[in-house]
Design a protein around this ligand. Structure first.
Ligand code: ADP
Length: 466
């Protein structure tokens, strides 16, 4: 049954539900009206019987008053009462003790009535004394022709109103279903196209209700799919482009050697080796970014004194900086905490930023490294005295393969992945990284490392103590 229902098109399911709901409502109204009419008529008959009791009550009072007892009354009335048509409630007269001595139902004669029955009857009083009780007959529940006509007319009206309601409900249902089916159909067709790899289709939004919102969400989803697809394609093109260069340099050198055009020289072998190293670095960097994308970047957190780490890096880069006739000024706060970080990864980030600073700062310039605690985080910044970053490049420099200075080739060492990797590593530590142009000139790179890192469970307790 369920399987059958699921096979019926959605629009018919909705129409069916509308029809069933309307028919149910009509049936309930019909049954309720029928019950209500029966009840009303019963109340009416009881009231009528009570009104009719008055003359009989007067007769019984005067009978008792006259004879001083009920003697002779049962012989007079009982035979006549047997001839009455079937009654819903028999006519009963009980004496002062509540014992039935007159009844249209012979089975009740001689029975003692309950207090409740006596209370429902009309008392017969002579002076202050209650000498008996009269319970009037109620005719059987069959309708009189007039009552039947009335009841029938109500039933007919309900059936007619129900029919009209059903037609209106189905009409409204069809309108509603059409309104629902059109955008759903459009959504289904667009989803089908997307599942086939065509990411352009969008649905038209005609309302701001749930359907409208569903359409909007669908369009946003399609938009983001299209964007990721474009990024994926661009990335593949970039990777191919980046790999092609060192490969071609190697290939041309190796061809010359194989064809014995030139004898192998240490210089030539050095070039092939360097291109090989570059390829290796490129592949490693791409692998690291892919792992970061998948959230699988391995961060080996160990309690690390940031002060020591930063001083170590300064000592490490000092010779290169001096060699380039540059100056490095370090301002490292004494109160830097011990943090649960991966020291090698943070060193990688800083070396990359410092390497860029060295490249862009002209001889004689100064690079300033500073580190301090700020808002439950360590804030590290590197400022150089280079030309700064072009405003149009600022928002892109952390993207993969983005090079602001197009003339900077791989031969000069950069893969265009350095800052993208720095961003991935800092974010894996729960920190943030950004760049700006310093007011006094030059580029300034900042990153933060929060005291409490994302995966707090991984950190040994003593690490959190400063
Ligand atoms: P690469 O150094 O291999 O080009 P990066 O990701 O390290 O790749 O840098 C991306 C781009 O950011 C650079 O091409 C350059 O345009 C810009 N950039 C990075 N560091 C600096 C800096 N210190 N001054 C000016 N521009 C910079």
């Amino acid at each position: 049954m369920r399987a059958l229902w699921q096979r019926i098109p959605f629009t018919y399911q909705l129409l069916g539900a509308f029809a069933v709901a309307t028919i149910c409502a009509i049936t309930i109204v019909y049954a309720f009206a029928d019950w209500s009419i029966q009840e009303r008529f019963r109340t009416y008959r009881v009231r009528a019987a009570t009104l009719q009791a008055r003359p009989l009550q007067r007769f019984l009072t005067s009978y008792y008053h006259r004879f001083g007892s009920w003697e002779g009354l049962s012989e007079l009335l009982n035979p006549q009462l047997q001839e009455l048509p079937p009654l819903e409630q028999p006519l009963i007269i009980a004496d002062a003790m509540g014992v039935v001595f007159i009844s249209s139902d012979p089975k009740l004669l001689g029975r003692k009535l309950s207090e409740r029955d006596l209370a429902s009857g009309v008392p017969i009083r002579v002076g202050a004394e209650r000498v008996g009780t009269l319970i009037m007959a109620i005719p059987a529940g069959t309708f009189s022709p007039l009552e039947q006509e009335f009841s029938q007319s109500i039933h007919d009206s309900i059936v007619l109103a129900g029919g009209v309601a059903l037609v209106i409900a189905l009409g409204l249902g069809i309108l509603f279903v059409r309104r629902l089916a059109r955008p759903l159909g459009e959504l289904r067709r667009a989803a089908e196209q997307i599942s086939q790899g065509k990411l352009e289709p969008r649905v038209t939004i005609t309302s701001s209700d749930e359907l409208g919102r569903l359409g909007e969400t669908f369009n946003q989803m399609a938009e983001s799919l299209q964007r990721s697809e474009q990024l994926r394609r661009q990335l593949i093109l970039d990777i191919a482009h980046e790999l092609r260069n060192p490969l071609m340099i190697q290939q041309s050198h190796l061809e010359l050697l194989l064809d014995n055009v030139v004898p192998p020289t240490p210089q030539q072998l050095q070039t092939i080796y360097e291109q090989n190293l570059l390829l290796g670095r490129l592949v490693r960097d791409l692998q690291l970014l892919a792992l970061a994308d998948a959230g699988e970047l391995q961060i080996v957190r160990t309690p690390t004194s940031l002060r020591e780490l930063l001083h170590g890096i300064v000592a490490q880069v000092q010779p290169t900086i001096s060699e380039k006739r540059l100056k490095l000024e370090a301002e490292i706060a004494d109160d830097l905490p011990t943090l649960a970080i991966d020291p090698q990864r943070i060193e990688q980030v800083l070396l990359n930023i410092l390497d860029n600073a060295c490249r862009y700062t002209p001889p004689g310039g100064t690079i300033r490294l500073s580190a301090r605690t700020e808002n439950s985080a360590v804030h590290v910044s590197v400022r150089d005295e280079g030309p700064g970053i072009a405003p149009e490049d600022l928002s892109h420099i952390f993207e993969r393969f983005y090079r602001g200075d197009k003339s900077r080739t791989r031969a000069s060492g950069g893969t265009g992945l350095g800052l993208a990797i720095a961003k991935a590593l800092i974010e894996a530590h729960g920190g943030q990284i950004w760049a700006e142009n310093a007011p006094q000139g030059g580029a300034c790179f900042h990153f933060t490392l929060p005291y409490q890192t994302v995966n707090i469970k991984e950190i040994p307790l003593d690490v959190l103590e400063r």
